[in-house]
Design a protein around this ligand. Structure first.
Ligand code: SF4
Ligand code: SF4
Length: 468
């Protein structure tokens, strides 16, 4: 049997040269940046759990309901007809991320990305608790003990947390009320929902138990955009090589870096920040805290690793005004401003008038011509409303409306049909112009010109027997 090929060097921080997994167990560095990130992380976790439970204008603060085709966000309701609004929202989000990255590097990754937040502030602390800290985890790795009682207990706790996260995630798409119903009923009554929940639980558990930092290193596209989104004036977490080099044991060299490797041991993606800006760096600041603690011990100034820019580290002046820091805010302001203007000037309801399904009109036995007019009303307001429907311009005929006024709950959309019956003679060249008016009485009124369809020409003569 031939030996497996050996790589000539480390290809990925998570991969050993013989292709086996290099498990990264970062040594905790509880410094000032860690404490700040901790506050942000736990606030974000609380927000994630709470958002589907907070009602604003009668709907959850966030609900993207695919069955109802509605998106509720902080009291606003987006319907399928709001494509332009949604596009503007997406565009301003993307430009906002570009701007944030150009100014502050991968601040999102280090401070707010759910992958970092949950891995570093929930799953890894639990791991250290069960496995006897950083040293305990590394000892178990060395001995290749994957299923000791402590590790199995950790996996079980991870599974419980994954279940909670998966249920919360599902609440963003079905709402907490529906989720509560599902949770108290047999899975056979809602197999699709159960399947999605089970799949999400497995995905979350697998990600945080096994895949971990590989999500950032090989799966997330954002890190790969870094080279185009950053420039040399962007703020990044960086090692000051001019101050640190030449590195060496304390007292043996002139550089401040004593080559203790504390910054490497604490890095959650397993890299050495001293090698310069790298795609794998999520700007988590842990190496700043680790190095600051070392600098304190050897009585050197803090900040050998710090927030800085490549230009500043090279001794060049700081530049806030650059092409991208001018163009991105302009594009962002235009997109967000247009979206907010459209949002705040939008009517409290949307009305869509459609023809009936099937034949455009029907000739009744009494000689009249019937048109079915379908009317969809979307109530964007925060209160339930009753919409009166009028067909104007049919004094020579009659209107049959099975449900008038039409009651529509806040944030909901409903459809009704109205039947207009007119004598055949009321049509000219097979058409009759009318107006469809929908009003809730005070806040909303709209009138839609509408063309009814009818037969062309006079009625065919009938025989005494009643047949043409
Ligand atoms: S922690 Fe600081 S001193 Fe230690 S190796 Fe890293 S950069 Fe050098
Ligand atoms: S190099 Fe520093 S900032 Fe970058 S991921 Fe590692 S510890 Fe975090």
């Amino acid at each position: 049997m031939t030996a497996p090929p050996i790589a000539s060097g480390r290809v990925l921080p998570t991969l050993n040269e013989d292709g086996t997994r290099n498990w990264i167990r970062p040594r905790p560095s509880p410094g000032r940046w860690w404490r700040r990130r901790q506050v942000v992380a736990y606030a974000l976790m609380v927000l994630f759990i709470a958002l589907p439970h907070i009602p604003i204008n009668g709907h959850p603060a966030f609900l993207m309901s695919f069955p109802k085709r509605e998106f509720h966000l902080l009291g606003w309701t987006f319907l399928p007809t709001d494509t332009l609004l949604f596009m503007l929202f997406l565009f301003s989000t993307i430009i906002g991320i570009f701007l944030l990255t150009a100014l502050f590097g991968r601040a999102w990754c280090g401070w707010a990305c759910p992958q970092t937040v949950y891995l570093e502030f929930l799953f890894r602390p639990i791991e250290r608790f069960f496995e006897g800290g950083y040293a305990g985890s590394r000892a178990l790795d060395r001995e290749r003990k994957w299923f000791t009682p402590r590790r199995v207990a950790k996996y079980a706790v991870y599974l419980v947390i994954s279940l909670v996260l998966a249920h919360t995630f599902l609440a963003y798409f079905v709402g907490v009320d529906q989720l509560s119903v599902w949770m108290t009923r047999s899975p056979w009554e809602h197999p699709t929902g159960f399947f999605i929940m089970a799949l999400t639980t497995i995905a979350v558990w697998y990600n945080f138990t096994y895949f971990r930092e590989q999500t950032c290193l090989i799966a997330c596209p954002y890190g790969r955009w870094q080279s185009v989104l950053l420039d040399k004036a962007s703020i990044i977490v960086a090692y000051d090589a001019r101050r640190g080099e030449p590195r060496g044991k304390a007292g043996t060299t002139t550089g401040d870096c004593i080559d203790c490797k504390a910054c490497v041991q604490t890095c959650p993606t397993g890299i050495d920040i001293r090698n310069g800006l790298q795609m794998e760096c999520v700007h988590c600041t842990q190496c700043i805290d680790a190095c600051d603690a070392i600098m304190d011990k050897i009585e050197k100034p803090r900040g050998l690793i710090r927030y800085s820019s490549q230009e500043a580290l090279a001794g060049k002046p700081k530049r806030l005004i650059r092409t991208r820091t001018v163009l991105y805010p302009i594009a962002f302001t235009i997109a967000l401003g247009t979206m907010l203007t459209l949002l705040f000037t939008k009517e409290t309801a949307d009305v869509t008038v459609l023809r009936g399904l099937g034949a455009p009109f029907r000739e009744e036995a009494d000689g009249s011509v019937a048109n079915q007019v379908r009317i969809k009303v979307a109530n964007r307001g925060s209160d339930d409303a009753r919409y009166q429907i009028r067909i104007e311009g049919v004094t020579d005929g009659r209107v049959v409306a099975p449900e008038n006024p039409l009651r529509v709950s806040a944030g909901e959309m409903r459809e009704t049909s109205v039947f207009v019956l007119l004598p055949r003679a009321a049509f000219t060249e097979g058409a009759r112009e009318v107006t469809v008016t929908v009003t809730d009485g005070d806040r909303f009124t709209t009138s839609v010109p509408w063309r009814l369809q009818g037969p062309v020409g006079t009625a065919p003569a009938t025989t005494p027997g009643g047949t043409p």
